[in-house]
Design a protein around this ligand. Structure first.
Ligand code: SAM
Length: 297
């Protein structure tokens, strides 16, 4: 599965070009750069988006809009599952998804499995508002390959979130049926998995392939949407793969509101709306993926 992303630094601007589309961010200065064992890690101060984290020159996080992605990755499954005590994040070394997870009172254990320790350390040093909960006593941080880690866990987690980079290189394994089967086995009988599933507008082939892989394992498979300004095309999607719960029928807005979560994007109305998809997004879902259409109606 190839993702063509190229970049340029031009006249004080960072340009990310991908799939015939481009995004530019006005830069102020470079704060940090290191070639880790896995990738090049770069931090810039931008003019209007705060600090910017690039991995191999691809945008991962900006301080200005990261909350949308992290809140949608975390709060949707954690407000559907009735009692999410054990939660796992694979990838997510910036800490943003963990920050949202520990807001949920039911969470007793949150495990972060990030392959690259240098991403975690860079987040701690340069993105304190995002990495703020990495030292929370409920949080266990492991610098390991998620593909290997997941195989050693059976029937243990309530919710697993795949907060990965694009399906390139060492991240490609996180988009394949074998891995999803290991995730399925690591989840309890009523477990839920969420993952980032790219842009159906710019990468319909990648999206369709990812859902086909998930559908080989999960009976209940849904797509939901969010807008991430600094990701290709701005319109982004997430997978909701469940062993039992339905993202709307088993969602109790009163129970969610009673938690009093402090969020900047997520709310219970938006939760429901996120599953009502535009036709071009529905068109990227495997025709046999009946359950998803069930949502649309
Ligand atoms: N939100 C971002 C996005 O959608 O592009 C992802 C951010 S997060 C920083 C992605 C992380 O996944 C990276 O730090 C990368 O090192 C990590 N990662 C990639 N493949 C991995 C694997 N096999 N196991 C664990 N972490 C992995």
């Amino acid at each position: 599965m190839s993702v063509d992303i190229t970049h340029d630094f031009y006249n004080g601007w960072y340009l990310e070009r991908s799939r015939g589309w481009a995004l530019g961010l006005a830069l102020e200065n470079k704060l940090f750069e290191k070639q880790s064992a896995y990738q090049k890690i770069t931090v810039y101060q931008t003019q209007t988006f705060g600090k910017l984290l690039l991995l191999d020159d691809i945008i991962m996080v900006t301080e200005r809009d990261e909350f949308v992605y992290h809140e949608m990755m975390a709060h949707v499954p954690l407000n559907v599952h009735p009692n999410p005590e054990r939660v796992l994040v694979i990838g997510g070394g910036d800490g943003g998804t963990i920050r949202e997870i520990v807001k949920h009172p039911a969470v007793k254990e949150a495990v972060l499995v990030e392959i690259d320790i240098d991403v975690i350390n860079t987040a701690r040093d340069y993105f304190p508002s995002i990495a703020s909960e990495l030292s929370n006593p409920k949080v266990k941080v492991l610098a390991e390959d998620g593909v290997a880690y997941i195989r050693n866990n059976q029937n243990y987690f309530d919710v697993i979130m795949i907060d990965s980079s694009d399906p390139i290189g060492f991240a490609e394994g996180l988009f394949q049926a074998d891995f999803y089967q290991d995730v399925y086995n690591a989840l309890k009988p009523d477990g839920i998995m969420t993952n980032q599933t790219d842009s159906p507008l710019l990468s319909p082939m990648i999206v369709e392939k990812t859902y086909c892989e998930m559908q080989k394992v999960f009976q209940h498979l849904f797509m939901y949407q969010g807008y991430c300004l600094t990701y290709p095309g701005g319109y982004w999607t997430f997978g909701f793969a469940s062993k039992r719960y339905h993202p709307l029928n088993d969602f109790d807005p009163k129970r969610a509101q009673a938690k009093g979560l402090k969020t900047k994007h997520y709310n219970s109305h938006l939760h429901k709306g996120a599953f009502y998809l535009p036709n071009f997004a529905l068109a990227t879902l495997p025709a046999t993926c009946e359950q998803v259409h069930w949502v649309h109606g």
